[in-house]
Design a protein around this ligand. Structure first.
Ligand code: CP3
Length: 336
């Protein structure tokens, strides 16, 4: 069994499998080289001649225990016919969409995203995947709703939930539609060879009250988790900034919970029984090797007797030096 499955399925605490969120990305010179030649990010995500290579790039350098398919959570709105563009230094900008008018057939959605599924299939057969898992992923319904409605990252318009027509019934209806297509997107990835699914709820922190949290985060995410489990595939949830990790786990019951860097690892380890992933602040990788060692050992020490997958508390930052990642991998692999 692969180290990742040993940890997730057998709850083996003697190994600390390791991968990094956004491990295929801008901190790698070989990725930047490809990216320069492919200015249209969505087109790049749909180029099955290139995405398998990008997916495997980090595995060639580092002893990571998983590959994560090179794609984006915003391929979902793209599949639903919303325009999605990425501008340098700004992030994503999306076109207008009327949720009430979404009328996309399953087969048309799957056809539009077929290159993503073909790429998963190609990577799953690559020898670099020997004894490693291939992680497929989706954005959580809430986070996808935030992008589709706000049409850009919400930190640039903080009042997303306060202003505008925030009608709970409308939000629920929109989230329902999104969830249906997320299920299809998960199934297509699993059918193509993804062996684990991670659900990214990058904007869980925007919701401050318990009842909305239950309606927009816990319930729709649980629907995806139950669905993925039925497909026989382990599922990792990353409700970034949710602050209520214990309650989230009790309600949603994922196979693994991925924590952000604002969570105190000492208290979470006593509160949560299921395997835990992540936590380390990505900014630590911009400091020095001593600092890195101190922080990495802190996490490994705290999770010594708990099934623990080493990862960061959010995506690796583009300014991270390769040698710091190498050092991180050695620290995790040599920890006794
Ligand atoms: O290596 C991997 O992790 C796999 C690929 C992956 C990407 N995006 C590629 C990417 C994954 C898993 C994602 C997830 C994703 N995408 C999330 C959830 C995780 C998180 O960061 O909270 C979100 C919110 C998005 C949406 C998105 N995509 C944003 C906001 C941006 C712009 C900001 C940024 O980080 O650059 C992207 C672009 C993006 N997605 C890049 C990559 C490698 C950078 C593209 C570039 O080269 O400019």
């Amino acid at each position: 069994m692969s180290p990742l499955k040993e940890c997730i399925i057998n709850n083996n605490t003697n190994i600390n499998p390791l991968w990094i969120m956004r491990q295929a990305g801008r901190y790698l010179p070989e990725f930047r080289e490809i990216r320069e030649k492919n200015p249209d990010f969505i087109k790049l995500c749909l180029n099955k001649n290139i995405t398998p290579e990008i997916t495997i790039q980090p595995l060639k350098r580092f002893k990571f225990d998983a590959a994560i398919i090179f794609s984006d959570i915003l391929m979902l709105p793209y599949g639903l016919g919303q325009e999605v563009k990425f501008t340098k230094g700004f992030g994503p900008s999306l076109g207008e969409i009327d949720f009430k008018k979404i009328n996309v057939k399953d087969e048309d959605f799957s056809k539009k995203l077929k290159p993503v599924y073909d790429a998963i299939n190609l990577v799953s057969k690559d020898k670099a995947l020997k004894n490693r898992e291939l992680i497929g992923f989706v954005g959580a319904p809430w986070t996808i709703y935030v992008y589709m409605k706000n049409r850009q990252s919400p930190n640039k318009s903080k009042n997303f939930l306060i202003e505008g027509n925030f009608n709970k019934e409308n939000v629920s209806q929109s989230i329902k539609i999104i969830t249906q297509f997320l299920k299809l997107h998960i199934k297509n990835q699993v059918d193509s060879g993804a062996t684990i699914i991670q659900i990214f709820d990058s904007w869980a922190e925007l919701i401050k009250d318990d009842s909305s949290r239950e309606d927009f985060i816990y319930s729709p995410t649980k629907e995806l988790v139950d669905y993925t489990k039925k497909l026989g595939i382990p599922v990792i949830c990353f409700p970034r900034g949710v602050k209520t990790y214990k309650k989230f786990c009790e309600f949603v019951n994922p196979d693994v919970i991925s924590i952000d860097y604002e969570i105190d690892p000492k208290s979470i380890v006593t509160e949560i029984k299921i395997p835990i992933q992540g936590g380390l602040d990505p900014k630590i990788l911009l400091s020095d090797k001593n600092q890195l060692k101190k922080e990495v050992n802190k996490y490994l020490e705290i999770f010594k007797d708990h099934p623990y997958i080493f990862n960061l508390g959010h995506g690796i930052l583009p300014d991270t030096k390769i040698e710091m990642v190498e050092h991180l991998v050695n620290l995790v692999k040599d920890f006794k």
